[in-house]
Design a protein around this ligand. Structure first.
Ligand SMILES: [Cu+2]
Length: 153
């Protein structure tokens, strides 16, 4: 194998490893970032999940600010709020399920507020700027319109 080809393969390998690491990563210092945010000024946003949309379908967040994002399934079908990359780009404080309990974890992949009014409240601090897709992964709901964009600015 020539040195050139070996060099190209090595560079491609390093690049690929970088991409895998980035997509698998999460906000490691989330606890410090959650503690640093001003929770007395928390901003509450609500997304309604329905047949077949997220309302609103676009949400804008400011990095470093404290948020409570309420996900409410107002529809008659099951729906998912799947935004794995976004959920790895925020510092998690907690998730509250219908005032029944709290869940604490460094990151999540999807949430499913139960149909006919189920609600899940997400408490987090946005960190990594960018635009992130949110979709419903059930059947063809994405194709029917259950897609949206989450911005961290
Ligand atoms: Cu759906």
């Amino acid at each position: 194998m020539s040195r050139l080809i070996r060099g190209i393969l090595l560079a491609a390998g390093v690049l690929l490893a970088g991409i895998v690491a980035a997509s698998d990563d999460y906000i490691r210092d989330y606890a410090d970032r959650v503690k640093a945010a001003d929770w007395s000024a928390v901003e509450t946003l609500t997304v309604a999940l329905d047949e077949h949309s997220f309302e609103p379908s676009e949400l804008r967040f400011k990095a470093g600010k404290a948020y409570k994002l309420q996900l409410k399934n107002v529809g008659k079908k099951d729906h998912y709020f799947t935004a794995e990359k976004f959920f790895r780009s925020v510092a998690w404080r907690k998730v509250m399920v219908d005032r029944q309990g709290e869940i604490k974890a460094p990151y999540f992949t999807a949430f499913e507020p139960l149909k006919n009014g189920g609600q899940i409240d997400l408490y987090f601090v946005p960190v990594t700027r960018g635009s992130y897709e949110v979709i419903c992964t059930i059947d063809d709901h994405k194709q029917q319109g259950m897609t949206g964009t989450l911005f961290i600015e």
